[in-house]
Design a protein around this ligand. Structure first.
Ligand code: GCU
Length: 619
């Protein structure tokens, strides 16, 4: 690439960096939309596969004809009875049905490797809107892009498979027989986030709940309530609507006798705080106390259950409520237990996974990899008492020089933080995973770190970095050699010596690590094992014996690192990955799980639990 073009792109990046953050988040946030009036649109939908995207463009790529537009507000059967010459090559009302939310692999397993456009449609009746009320369609997640139509009219689009989005439909809604159509396209994008090549299943589809949400004309769009480091209960409340400015707002925590009030500014935002009462019970994994918070603004009322705690670093320590803590964790993908997962996380499904972390491994921490997980999971972590690492899928080879990619990542980060910043369990926002170090990547990630600081000064920032390995006096010296480290609060390393290297497992305990002046976390280490494959003599890779010995030796190395403050080994459960095709050991699954797809615990599971029991006893 010539200097000229590089400079031009550099300038474009700079231009994008100058754009205010608010431009990147999808609006409105509609926090706690699940509690608002409306219609749950989960359930039976019709679907129609469209690999050549005929629903979007004709055979010479012009406008699509009526016989292909799945989103048209028509009853095809009735229409063709009155006009027999009409030619329709689809009929949504008589297409196959699917129960949503779930990836399409769930309702049609033959679609496992289908990456393309799929149309979903259903009909629903809506409550009559009272004067001034507003209506929104809200989707918790659609992977990867979504085009949404209501009663034949386009009402919005969204890109990004793991964060919520809403579109206002007040004027397009009718009292009965509303027809909502979603064109979901899972095709990986070269300039997308994540990039086309990852190490997880690309579950295309409407993967999380969706609903029609009804609000007052002016409503509480976002209410962030937290315990600040200087001992205050602080609230940032944002209203949406014509009366948002100069509106009286109350933030009440009855159990603490708190009623913090104030008026919103011209932008409809209120920042207010009050000293935290002495009797405040702080949230922690051992005592996950949640308070009922009620926010009142005019005739709108929003409730949430919030835990109050502080998280900070001091030198190389991580302090939870002022006390040093070791993060006894594990990583998980968003994939339910069972042989045929479809990325359909229910409360029971999330509880089954998180119970394996807390009750199974005696853990206090979970890395929700590699993208924002369902709100069901983060709310459950609050209730069960698990600390959380949350991240966006800026993973491996993202198109870092592309301004569009940067704005996508910034939007996902803002949407993730706005959705979850009331979750006491979340202590770390991570901006990247194993990204190759270039100038473009550095400025891309520096921007994301700055965005986190601007959106949420109450949590820590990290990134999963690639390790640097040197030989000093004939011995391996591990460390992190990444300019991003200076911007992070917690240094996290993905380290796989002994699995992605020929190192004999017995050499692992003597591998030294360069001291760090900040907390170090092992965000990943792991080895594959096919559950039930025992090989005690040869100790081949993929045997349970190898995985057990790998954990024993890696943990022996970990014990010697003075500034290691936590770990989230890779990974709790075997997970689907098209990159893993060994015909005996993998069959399209990454086998680094400590439990099998159906939850069978492998011997290494108990090695990690033993290590965590040791750590808990010494805290
Ligand atoms: C990488 C990556 C994971 C991947 C894992 C593996 O570090 O972060 O997404 O699944 O290693 O290779 O199994």
């Amino acid at each position: 690439m010539g200097m000229g073009l590089k400079t031009l792109i550099g300038a474009a990046c700079a231009l994008v960096i100058a754009t205010p953050l608010a431009a990147f988040a999808s609006s409105p946030t509609l926090t706690r939309a699940d509690l608002r009036d409306g219609v749950d649109l989960s359930g039976t939908w019709r679907y129609s596969v469209d690999p050549y995207r005929d629903g979007l463009a004709g055979f010479h790529r012009g406008a699509p004809g009526p016989g292909h537009r799945r989103y048209d507000d028509v009853d095809v059967d009735a229409l063709t009875r009155t006009k027999p010459t009409a030619l329709y090559e689809y009929d949504m009302d008589r297409s196959s049905t699917a129960t949503l939310p779930q990836g399409w692999i769930g309702h049609d397993p033959t679609l496992r490797h289908y990456q393309g456009l799929m149309w979903y449609q259903r009909r629903f009746d809506a409550p009559a809107l009272k004067p001034g009320q507003r209506a929104f369609l809200r989707f918790e997640a659609v992977n990867y892009t979504a085009k949404v139509y209501l009663n034949g009219k386009p009402v919005g689009e969204h890109e990004g498979g793991f964060t919520p989005f809403s579109m206002e439909v007040t004027d397009a809604l009718r009292a009965s027989n509303n027809q909502v159509t979603v064109g979901v396209d899972s095709t990986p994008q070269a300039d997308g986030v994540p990039p086309p090549v990852t190490d997880w299943e690309n579950y295309g589809g409407v993967t999380r709940p969706m609903r029609l949400v009804i609000t007052p004309g002016t409503f509480i769009d976002d209410a962030w309530v937290r315990l600040s480091k200087d001992g205050k209960i602080a609230a940032t409340v944002k209203l949406d609507g014509a009366q948002a400015a100069n509106q009286e707002v109350h933030v009440r925590v009855a159990e603490l006798g708190l009623d913090i009030a104030g008026r919103t500014d011209a932008q409809g935002v209120l920042n207010v705080s009050a000293p935290a009462p002495k009797r405040l019970a702080r949230w922690s994994p051992e005592s996950p106390k949640l308070y009922d918070v009620v926010v009142q603004a005019g005739d709108d009322r929003m409730t949430d259950r919030v835990g109050f705690r502080t998280i900070e670093t001091k030198g190389s320590e991580i302090l939870l409520n002022g006390k040093p803590i070791f993060l006894r964790g594990i990583s998980i993908h968003e994939e339910e237990l069972g042989d045929t997962p479809a990325r359909t996380i229910t409360e029971a499904g999330a509880r089954a996974l998180l119970s394996e972390v807390k009750e199974g491994l005696h853990g206090n921490f979970v890395r929700l990899a590699h993208y924002p997980h369902s709100e069901i999971t983060t709310r459950l972590a609050d209730e069960m008492g698990l600390l959380v690492w949350s991240e966006i899928p800026v993973y491996w080879l993202v198109d870092f020089a592309n301004p569009r990619t940067l704005s996508l990542a910034r939007g996902m980060l803002a949407d993730n933080i706005r959705r979850d910043r009331n979750r006491a369990s979340i202590i770390l926002w991570s901006v990247a995973n194993e990204t190759p170090i270039t100038e473009a990547r550095n400025s891309f990630l520096y921007q994301l770190v700055d965005d986190v600081r601007a959106l949420d000064d109450s949590r820590l920032v990290t990134a999963a970095l690639l390790t640097d390995r040197k030989t000093v006096d004939g011995r391996p010296l591990m460390g992190l050699n990444d300019p991003l480290a200076d911007k992070l609060d917690v240094l996290s390393a993905n380290t796989y010596n002994g699995w992605y290297s020929d190192d004999a497992l017995d050499t692992l305990p003597d591998m030294a690590w360069k001291a760090t002046d900040k907390p170090l976390v092992f965000s990943e280490f792991g080895a594959d094992a096919l559950a039930g494959f025992s090989d005690p003599v040869l100790m081949r890779k993929f045997s349970e014996d190898f995985q057990k010995r790998y954990y024993e030796k890696t943990l022996a190395m970990a014990r010697k690192i003075p500034t290691l403050r936590g770990m989230s080994p890779w990974i709790l459960k075997d997970f689907r990955s098209p990159r893993r095709q060994h015909p005996v050991y993998q069959q399209g699954w990454n086998r680094k799980g400590l439990i099998s797809p159906t939850g069978r615990r492998k011997p290494a599971f108990f090695v990690l639990r033993g290590f965590y029991d040791e750590k808990a006893a010494s805290q």
